[in-house]
Design a protein around this ligand. Structure first.
Ligand code: C2E
Ligand code: CA
Ligand code: CA
Length: 659
């Protein structure tokens, strides 16, 4: 029983002194510990050795529990042995300890389960602890990693020094990007965040770090960066990277007076034909093979890039002169001349090239590319499978072209285009039976510009589309007017030329149908002239478009026959109703027996296929006579008339000449 209690005992237990005196001490002890306290108390009284100072819970009056640290010893009280004990309230400390244990457990879980590698090291870098992710990441067994030094294990010395200094200065590093070694020698990219650990006295004791593996992310980023600068098909640099290298070459030549470089623009001749006839798979295979050949004939310092399609561009980084560049161009022509043994086909190709050389670095990269491109155009115009070097004259031509482009844009809005009409004569009767509409540009400064000059520019800029629409509309209007008001105009036909680009418009047939209906023109009196290349270049879509046009009821004529592929099979497949023998045959036929034979053969074949023939470029009476003898149906040319403005064409019809 309690013999004596102090005021603190009253406060601790919640009982008044009177209540406590007479109570057995263990009655205030929590039932869980009661037996223990009793045992120890009795043991001590028996004189046995018992540990002093242990923690138990007590239950206060009212039920609240507290932790106390008990110490007890034996004393003699009024001649009797008695226990003298103190109970020290340690509840607060206990709670803190529990909370700590709790949070320790929680953090332990985070540590163990984290996908990021976590480690703790001493100041000198010895690893004290690390988690499973760390073992996995670096490929070390726990006993290899823990106890080892980060410098020997995975961190490069320079990095280690840097990041150590940084942490000692600021207390932490966050997302420090670096490369780490694994046990097997592979290198990974990682983000390291670390903090300084301090001991109880607040002195730096070590580091704890967390390592996030970003190897995969870096790989994707690098791939994206590579993709932004390289052509996906061939792996060659793309335009962006090429321009970058070109910029470098320009700067170098500006610095070093002695050196020079060249840009070589290369375009395959007739690649489209390969693509369209053998399929894109074969086309791609070929582009890859060409990329390899180009790389093989160039030096390491040169750059070959693909700008898309079949356009390759080469930067010859260190040539002394244009002549040296042309030697490279010759090597390229040679290497491309050998057949390409592709998976299922053997294919031949050739290329045209334009070369621009810079000795001063004064030209900008865009200008150099433009110059090389201008030289390329010239090489193509001169017959392909060759190269041309850019010169001042081409520069003038290029400038001229640029100016023409600007003017051409305005010409449509300002209504500067007109049509000329060249009569087509039925050779059997010698009478005009129709006209070919030919576009002219009445340029305010240059006078009358011929289509040979502006159509290629219009093609390239896409202006040929609105221009072509206008030609169709204007020709329909004219034909409608003649049909209604012109004496002898009832049976006339009008032909209009279509260029390649116009053929890629999906609504061509619809537009034509609407226009014809709007002008009240019989579609059978309207004819479209197309060239073979137009059809070959567009292959499948062209076939369905021709189908639509035929369904509309308009006539279809193959222009310039004999200059392209001259495939009579096409004539048949496309159900064309006319072909126009190119004027190069007509102009030679009275002098050159082979041309005459050719014309004769074409006429015979056409007759078999049910196709009518128009001979163009008839200039001399003997040509007319010969064509008549061969049974050619129609003729067109200066012998009959030059292309005429509409009123003059009307006057001609009214006069009704007969050849
Ligand atoms: P094309 O379709 O072969 O037109 C015939 C060209 O030969 C015309 O030249 C015509 O003036 C010319 N010509 C006619 N008779 C003779 C002759 O007896 N001897 C000679 N040496 N030449 C003759 P033009 O008008 O300069 O047209 C050239 C080309 O421009 C045309 O060739 C055609 O392909 C194209 N073209 C003309 N108008 C248009 C158009 O409205 N749209 C499109 N897309 N192309 C057009
Ligand atoms: Ca024509
Ligand atoms: Ca023609």
């Amino acid at each position: 029983r309690f013999l004596y209690v102090n005021a603190a005992a009253e406060a601790l237990t919640g009982y008044a002194r009177e209540e406590l005196l007479g109570m057995e001490p263990w009655t205030v002890v929590h039932p869980d510990h009661r037996e223990l306290v009793r045992e120890r108390g009795l043991a001590r009284l028996r004189g046995e050795e018992v540990p002093t100072g242990y923690e138990v819970r007590i239950v206060r009056k009212g039920g609240e529990q507290r932790w106390v640290e008990l110490t007890a010893g034996l004393v003699v009280h009024h001649g009797e042995p008695a226990a003298l004990g103190t109970a020290f309230d340690v509840t607060q400390r206990k709670r803190t300890e529990e909370a700590l244990r709790d949070s320790e457990e929680r953090y332990r879980t985070l540590f163990e389960e984290s996908r990021d590698a976590i480690y703790m090291s001493t100041l000198s870098g010895e690893v004290i602890d690390a988690n499973q992710a760390a073992f996995d990441l670096f490929g070390y067994a726990p006993e290899e990693l823990v106890g080892g030094n980060v410098g020997d294990l995975y961190l490069h010395d320079a990095d280690r020094q840097r990041f150590r200094d940084e942490i000692l200065r600021t207390g932490f590093v966050r997302d420090y990007e670096l490369r780490l070694r694994c046990k097997d020698g592979t290198v990974i990219d990682a983000l390291l965040s670390a903090t300084l650990r301090r001991d109880r006295q607040g002195r730096p004791a070590g580091f704890q770090g967390i390592i996030h593996d970003i190897t995969e992310r870096k790989r994707v980023e690098e791939q994206l960066a590579y993709g932004a600068l390289h052509d996906a098909l061939t792996g060659l640099p793309n335009r962006a990277l090429f321009v970058d290298r070109l910029q470098g070459a320009i700067e170098r030549v500006r610095r070093e007076r002695e050196s020079a470089f060249a840009v070589l623009f290369l375009d395959l001749d007739r690649f489209k034909v390969v693509n369209d006839s053998l399929g894109h798979g074969v086309g791609d295979e070929m582009l890859v093979a060409i990329a390899h050949r180009l790389q093989a004939v160039l030096r390491a310092g040169d750059t070959v890039a693909r700008f898309g399609g079949d356009e390759f561009v080469v930067l010859l980084d260190d040539v002394t002169s244009a002549v040296e560049a042309t030697h490279v161009a010759e090597r390229i022509l040679d290497t491309l001349a050998a057949p390409f043994a592709l998976e299922r086909h053997e294919v031949f190709t050739s290329a045209s090239m334009g070369i621009a050389v810079s000795t001063t670095g004064q030209e900008g990269s865009e200008e150099l590319l433009r110059n090389a491109d201008a030289a390329l155009s010239r090489a193509k115009a001169l017959g392909k499978n060759r190269y041309e070097v850019f010169d001042r004259q081409m520069h003038a031509a290029a400038m001229e072209r640029l100016r023409m482009e600007t003017d051409l844009r305005r010409a449509l809005e300002r209504g500067e285009f007109t049509l000329r009409f060249q009569p087509i004569v039925a050779l059997a009767t010698g009478r005009v039976c129709g006209f070919e509409a030919l576009a002219r540009w009445e340029h305010p400064g240059r006078g009358l510009v011929l289509p040979g000059v502006f159509v290629p520019v219009a093609e390239e800029t896409g202006l040929v589309l609105p221009l072509g629409r206008w030609v169709v509309e204007e020709a329909c209007r004219q034909l409608g007017r003649w049909q209604d008001t012109l004496d002898g105009g009832e049976g006339l036909t009008v032909s209009v030329n279509l260029s390649a680009r116009q053929f890629s418009q999906p609504d061509l047939a619809r537009h034509l149908g609407r226009t014809l209906a709007g002008c009240g023109v019989d579609p059978a009196r309207f004819r479209l002239e197309i060239t073979e290349s137009v059809i070959l270049e567009h292959a499948e879509p062209a076939l369905s478009l021709l189908e639509e046009l035929r369904a509309l009821g308009v006539g279809l004529c193959m222009d310039d026959f004999g200059t392209g592929y001259s495939s009579l099979g096409y004539l048949h497949r496309l159900h064309l109703d006319q072909l126009k023998i190119d004027r190069s045959f007509v102009s030679r036929m009275h002098r050159d027996g082979r041309s005459a034979q050719l014309v004769q053969a074409i006429l015979a074949l056409a007759r078999n296929l049910g196709v009518q023939v128009v001979a163009e470029g008839v200039e001399l009476p003997e040509q007319l006579r010969a064509l008549r003898e061969l049974g050619c149906e129609y003729g067109q040319g200066y012998l009959f008339s030059h292309p005429l403005p509409a009123p003059a064409a009307e006057a001609l019809v009214a006069r009704a000449p007969r050849w």
